[in-house]
Write a protein that binds this ligand. Structure first.
Ligand SMILES: *Cc1c(COP(=O)(O)O)cnc(C)c1O
Length: 395
């Protein structure tokens, strides 16, 4: 059994804070601070340029990728780190679409995160493709023989609704399409099984449930059957077969490493590597069971004590990731009042209060406390103070 009291100890959680926003930015693993400080002192300071070889900076994107692979049902050598998730979405979707040159449609759903849709829209303009966006429930029915790529975020960033990766991938394959799965709200939150679902490409970020820190690099996975065939559109020198040959023309590296673009963010990868240590003793089935226990308890508590809130997430835990959202007409102000009381979730326009339940550091006491504070704020209407209505730029 995974010891979740022990994993909680591995994080710095500020005094008096109940943190239910790890779906946006995970808290700092205590070990990250010293790891980064040591990297600065021993590697960057002393080794200078030789750190690329001596300290292994150059191979770090692959080594860290291997650690993430275990958490998403992938194998060693199949995941590589770098860039932002938006860029990795572009890399994956463009490569997948190029493998189905006779087909024009990139199919996605309206529950997808805007950046994924923006990126696909820009790509479609550049390569004469078409982005088609349907409602989340209509995805399966919209897969036909015009679809080149199915681009889906497994867990909806607002509602927590979880798509059936295996079934949709099968439907896509039957129609001759390829799949790109965005695991932004899945990696470290649910039990992902990329190989078991026979997916084609996957991408995700590491600053949410994987706790790599603000701006931590993204990951990309290519199924081994495509890894030596996929042609990246962003042909950067770090994805070249021999970057230091400085050839005039591009030759892709073998396997997923061709998806690398430029120089990796070594300091950020160092913090992420420390964050991944916490996962070494975590079993993904235990994580999933714990996540369901927490989200069920939160829904039950809120529905019992906060009748003004309307559930905005699937009630069936099998159809839900590790977050829960509720609606309230004054959702923004309610969230600000909650944060002022130390219960941190976030707000998504127009009226959604969103709460992430990261089993590594959220427990049932935190859930009970959050419900109690929310009930109090709604009962005494303290959210209606002027200061709570003022909008900040990041919500
Ligand atoms: C968080 C998130 C992003 C963010 O992309 P960045 O390039 O890392 O800013 C993209 N897509 C989805 C689905 C997300 O949840």
């Amino acid at each position: 059994m995974t010891d979740f009291d022990k994993t909680k100890q591995a994080f710095h959680l500020p005094q008096g804070v109940t943190y239910l926003d790890g779906n946006s930015l995970g808290p700092m693993p205590k070990a990250a601070k010293a790891r980064v400080a040591n990297m600065m002192a021993d590697e960057w300071s002393e080794m200078l340029i030789t750190g690329w070889n001596k300290a292994g900076w150059y191979v770090q994107p692959r080594k860290v990728g291997d650690r993430i692979a275990r958490l998403i049902g992938a194998g060693p050598g199949q995941v590589v780190m770098g860039d932002t998730l938006s860029i990795k979405v572009f890399q994956a979707v463009s490569a997948a679409r190029a493998m189905r040159p006779q087909r024009r449609v990139i199919l996605s759903d309206s529950g997808n995160f805007p950046s994924d849709l923006y990126v696909a829209e820009g790509l479609a303009r550049a390569v004469d493709a078409e982005l088609r966006v349907v409602a989340p429930e209509e995805v399966a029915g919209a897969i036909d023989d015009t679809v080149a790529v199915l681009m889906i975020t497994e867990v909806d960033y607002r509602t927590g609704r979880r798509h059936d990766m295996k079934a949709l991938t099968q439907t896509a394959h039957t129609a001759g399409a390829l799949t790109v799965w965005d695991l932004a709200h899945s990696a470290g939150a649910v039990d992902v099984d990329l190989l078991g679902c026979d997916a084609d490409f996957a991408v995700g970020c590491t600053y949410k449930y994987l706790n790599g820190g603000p701006g931590a690099p993204a990951f990309i996975w290519t199924h081994p059957r495509h890894a030596d065939a996929a042609q990246p559109i962003l042909q950067g020198w770090m994805g070249h077969r021999a970057p230091f040959a400085f050839d005039q023309s591009y030759q892709p590296a073998p396997g997923v490493e061709r998806m690398r673009v430029g120089t990796p963010p070594v300091i950020a990868l160092t913090a992420l590597d420390a964050a991944l240590d916490v996962w070494d003793d975590v079993s993904m089935p235990d994580l999933r069971a714990r996540s369901i226990e927490l989200t069920q308890a939160f829904i039950a508590g809120v529905e019992e004590h906060c009748p003004d809130l309307v559930l905005n997430s699937p009630r069936d835990p099998a159809k839900r990731g590790s977050q829960v959202s509720f609606r309230h007409p004054q959702g923004y102000a309610v969230m600000q009042a909650l944060i002022a009381q130390g219960v941190i979730g976030d707000f998504r326009a127009p009226d959604v209060l969103r709460f992430g339940f990261a089993p590594l550091y959220v427990d049932l006491d935190d859930v009970a406390h959050a419900v109690q504070i929310m009930a109090m704020i709604l009962k005494d209407k303290s959210w209606d103070r002027e200061e709570f209505h003022e909008r900040a730029s990041v919500t």
